[in-house]
Design a protein around this ligand. Structure first.
Ligand code: ADP
Ligand code: MG
Length: 618
């Protein structure tokens, strides 16, 4: 009986730890690692061979690597370290260029190959026989068969699970955790806001590996054997099921899932009478787990304990008047003047003109070309979407980019921002060739874009969306997150205040703590504009920022953009509405069929027949 209860404690602790690792890696950060189980297996193996004596000492009936007979707790530590190190080679799978599902498949294939290698190549891991006689921790000093030892082991497993819980919670509740969730919701957008996807995902693989490795180490010390059959890639599915059913992005849910799925299934198989052929019950278990996942994804995708909505706003009751509330989407919206933007790095200091309608030529340094494209080309499957575009963007200008659908405007913008790699051509930013620079590095230099399609972080609140874009956050790194709130709390409060000011100006204060994904189309556009401004851009690339926004509100946005330009920001804006171009943009670049057709003021362009024609034809 004691043995039974303590076994449940140990398995519960081990499963909870593994699920917490997966919860952090997959639930919070969206890194799909179908090879998760190999990290647990590697940890278990490592702990085994670190605690086993040299292989000749037991007659050499099993062969294994190592056999260094280290005292407890070094084998567990080694298990965690090896689990983490094993993740490093996979960092090449998780860059931006490879989509998430490719990485997931890559990891799955690796897991399968690992399993085959271990099972079939005896000299390395003792083949299908695995390891046995793995010494129990402190087995020389204490009696592993005693009830006291068993209880202590169970409690140790639970305590470690609690520590791992606190660890992942600390990571998730930090600005870094917010960045991870942003990456999960929309990685391309996170990239465009200066987040380094590859290093974020590598860190998540390593942390998941460390946690999984530790869980394996704890397990192997208890059951004293390491059987390669026990770590089949399908076991990963059980853990995924646990995390999905418990609640993605909720660590408490992961613990609940660990109790409900792996633990309950193991226990259930004890009590189900063996009917039919020997393999029938286990096979049915797999079917049941598969069904459970499908049912949950269908009927309750958020799981039993859904991810917690994080309310950051400093005021319980929003101060905004009802008229303004509706306003964000309706015609009566009023946008207050934007606060002056902090000067971006490298920005030329000057007294900002008070006149909001200042034209680009009024800005000191306006003649300077801040961003330049030379002969940009982009092919999609041999078709030239952009076919030799050369444009010069002057500092402080609000440059319009128009042209019929499919003209290549969005593609051009994406290449300028680094979201798309050009097939040919050069991009210069502040005189520097940035053609090969990844998007997140461009964003960190002040070159920030928005997207034509909705690109809010859906499962982040409006306020979180805004704050996520703030550059150089102290808590926006793994180290910063672990050091805790004392390091980043003050800066975080300042960022929230700035974001709330921004919300006030755009009349969206009442929506601060709502999920951005729940807003109307027009409101989401505003969130994106605000978020891009929070990134403190020097050059802002806007792809149809006013699409779906009421014309009256669109004009107010236009005025705000002009004001920002007068203060030294440079804006390139794709827009369909000619009236908007007329009123706000100078110069205007006309594109058609991947080329620049004409450039000048709207008045000049209206007089040119080929421009009019492009529009009539397009
Ligand atoms: P615009 O923004 O001016 O409407 P785009 O730059 O979005 O035009 O698209 C230009 C051309 O490139 C279109 O013909 C479009 O179908 C094509 N295109 C854009 N993105 C892709 C893609 N990811 N794959 C294939 N073709 C694309
Ligand atoms: Mg477009």
């Amino acid at each position: 009986m004691i043995y039974y209860l303590t076994t449940i404690l140990v398995y519960g602790g081990v499963d909870a730890i593994a699920c917490l690792g997966l919860s952090q890696q997959f639930g919070v950060a969206g890194v799909t690692n179908f090879g998760f189980i190999i990290f647990q297996a590697a940890g278990a193996y490592t702990a085994g061979v670190l605690s086993l004596p040299n292989q000749s000492s037991n007659g050499g009936f099993q062969s294994y690597i190592g056999g260094v007979h280290l005292p407890f707790p070094l084998p567990w530590l080694g298990a965690a370290i090896v689990g983490g190190l094993l993740a490093l080679p996979f960092s090449f799978l998780v860059g931006k260029r490879l989509r998430g599902d490719f990485a997931a498949i890559g990891l799955l294939v690796t897991a399968v190959m690992f399993n085959l290698l271990v099972t079939d190549y005896r000299p390395l891991f003792n083949g299908a026989a695995g390891l046995s006689l793995v010494p129990a921790p402190l087995g020389g000093v204490l009696n592993p068969q005693s009830g006291g030892y068993q209880w202590a082991y169970g409690i140790a497993a639970i305590v470690l699970a609690a520590i791992v819980y606190l660890f992942v919670r600390r990571i998730t509740n930090s600005p870094y955790g917010r960045t991870l969730r942003a990456m999960r919701d929309n990685d391309i957008v996170a990239d465009s806001l200066g987040k380094n996807l590859r290093s974020l995902r590598t860190e998540m693989l390593v942390i998941g590996g460390v946690i999984a490795g530790l869980s394996g180490g704890i397990l192997v010390g208890f059951i004293n054997l390491w059987d390669p059959q026990a770590w089949g890639y399908a076991e990963t599915i059980v853990l995924f099921a646990a995390v999905i059913i418990g609640g993605l992005g909720n660590h408490k849910g992961a613990v609940l899932g660990a109790i409900l799925v792996p633990l309950a299934f193991e226990e259930a198989s004890r009590y189900i009478p063996a009917i039919g052929s020997p393999g029938l019950i286990p096979a049915l278990q797999w079917v049941a787990i598969g069904l459970l996942i499908v049912l949950f994804l269908w009927f309750r995708p958020q799981g039993i304990l859904p991810e917690r909505r994080r309310k950051l706003s400093t005021l319980a009751a929003p101060p905004a008047a009802p008229a303004v509330l509706v306003g964000a989407a309706g015609p009566d919206a009023e946008i207050a003047d934007l606060p002056s933007m902090p000067a971006p790095p490298g920005h030329i200091e000057h007294a900002a003109p008070v006149v909001s309608l200042a034209r680009s030529s009024d800005v000191p340094g306006a003649e300077e070309v801040i961003l330049e494209a030379q002969g940009l080309v982009r092919e999609f499957d041999g078709v030239r979407a952009v076919d030799g575009v050369s444009i010069q963007i002057r500092r402080g200008s609000l440059t319009g980019l128009i042209g019929p659908n499919g003209a290549g405007k969005s593609t051009t913008l994406a290449m300028l921002a680094g979201t798309l790699e050009p097939t040919g051509g050069t991009i210069l930013y502040r005189g520097e060739d940035i053609t090969a620079l990844p998007a997140f590095r461009r964003a960190r230099k002040g070159l920030v874009r928005t997207f034509q399609l909705a690109s809010e972080f859906k499962k982040l609140t409006v306020l979180e969306n805004l704050v996520s874009a703030v550059p150089n956050q102290r808590g926006d790194s793994l180290g910063g997150a672990l050091l805790g709130k004392r390091l980043w709390g003050a800066q975080e409060r300042a960022s929230i205040e700035r974001a709330e000011e921004m919300l006030d100006r755009f009349g969206l204060r009442a929506y601060a703590d709502r999920y951005a994904g729940d807003l109307s189309g027009g409101q989401r556009r505003l969130v994106e504009i605000m978020r891009s401004l929070m990134a403190e851009p020097e050059v802002l690339l806007l792809d149809e920022p006013m699409a779906g926004v009421h014309p009256r509100l669109a004009r107010q946005i236009g005025h705000q953009l002009l004001k920002l330009c007068a203060e030294g920001m440079t804006i390139v804006m794709v827009e369909h509405e000619l009236a908007i171009m007329d009123e706000f943009c100078d110069p205007v670049v006309v594109m058609a069929e991947g080329r620049v057709l004409a450039e000048g003021t709207m008045a000049q362009l209206r007089g040119r027949s080929e421009v009019v024609e492009a529009y009539l034809v397009g």
